[in-house]
Design a protein around this ligand. Structure first.
Ligand code: F6R
Length: 328
């Protein structure tokens, strides 16, 4: 897993090359939906964060069996499942096909791959044999490439190329930083706060990677919403004494939001054992998002090492899927 995390920039470049083989044409859609779960959904979230202030049409990630009503024939619908066998994604895909959506599939195979092939739908084949959460590049890049091809936004793939360069240049430095952060998280509850819509999915990525790789609980919340509810909950410090804050900042975090975080930390002084302020690196949005994603992935691996757990297996996810199999 450490190697897979390290190779994210190479994976991004490889994914960009693979995308040249599949062309999706057609008009600009009236809405965009991405169906996926867990490690297969986060790529959609990242794109959603990036497009939050740029996308001219609604963009929604659906993590459920049923689709919202707006998903119709004029929707561009992505079904993303690494295994191709995730039942929630298959159900949403089925519904999208019946509604006549323009469907694009991203998978390594499974039932979803078979169905897409039979129906002649555009299919981005992801290399098999990886844990889905370690296939972030392969699951994310096709979405960006298609959105460019159909004219929703431009410049995303060139941003990804730039991001790959930044990750390559910075990964040694982040590795050292990740070790220090992970040490402070040992036997503590990590609490990750994001401070802009660009960073909300990054906080989610940190939580999921800490859950699955380091096998620990993690809490996330977003600013400025935090100031309208969670700030009150922070007033019960006995439950937070063994927790560490990780605050994700971006150069474009709204100045009023940055002030809110500073004021919140003043109010909550002494509540948390420690607070790390982590800032995105790079200039373009993809560089900034992926810089903190990669750091978070590395922290999860280092924490797994401190805890002496194997980051690779996710026995509980597997056994739950096994329990659900074949039962209606
Ligand atoms: C495992 C992982 C999970 C899966 C999820 C959906 O690495 O990250 O969150 O991604 O259970 O399965 P797939 O990705 O096969 O659709």
């Amino acid at each position: 897993m450490q190697q897979l995390v390290w190779e994210l920039p190479e994976q991004l470049c490889n994914a960009l090359c693979r995308c040249r083989d599949v062309v999706v044409s057609g008009e600009v859609p009236l809405s965009i939906a991405v169906a996926g779960m867990g490690g297969s959904a986060i790529g959609g979230d990242i794109i959603g964060g990036l497009l939050a202030e740029r996308c001219p049409v609604p963009f929604r990630v659906v993590r459920d069996y049923r689709l919202p009503a707006f998903v119709q024939a004029d929707t561009l619908f992505f079904a993303v499942s690494y295994s191709g066998n995730t039942e929630e994604t298959l159900a949403a895909y089925d519904q999208a096909t019946r509604r006549g959506c323009r469907v694009v599939v991203v998978t390594s195979g499974g039932k979803l791959g078979g169905l897409a092939e039979r129906r002649g739908q555009p299919l981005f084949q992801v290399p098999a044999g990886l844990p889905p959460r370690a296939a972030l590049g392969y699951l994310l890049v096709p979405l960006a490439a298609v959105l460019e091809q159909v004219g929703v936004v431009d410049g995303l793939t060139s941003q990804i190329e730039r991001a790959a360069g930044l990750l390559r240049r910075c990964r040694i430095k982040w590795q050292r930083q990740a070790k220090r952060i992970a040490k402070s998280l040992f036997e503590r509850l990590p609490i990750v706060y994001s401070t802009s819509r660009l960073l909300d999915p990054v906080a989610d990525r940190w939580r999921c990677q800490l859950n699955e790789n380091a096998k620990v609980m993690c809490h996330t919340a977003v600013f400025p919403e935090h100031n309208h509810n969670e700030i009150v909950g922070m007033g019960s410090p006995e439950s937070l004494r063994r927790s560490v804050l990780l605050i994700l900042y971006d150069r474009f975090t709204h100045p009023r939001t940055a002030r809110r975080v500073a004021q919140t930390l003043e109010i909550a002084r002494g509540t948390f054992e420690r607070a790390h302020r982590l800032k995105t690196e790079g200039r373009v949005p993809f560089e900034r998002v992926l810089s903190l994603c990669m750091l978070g992935d590395m922290v999860s691996i280092e924490l797994a090492r401190f805890r002496r757990v194997d980051p690779l297996p996710v026995a509980r996810i597997d056994s739950l899927k096994e329990r659900m199999r074949g039962k209606r």
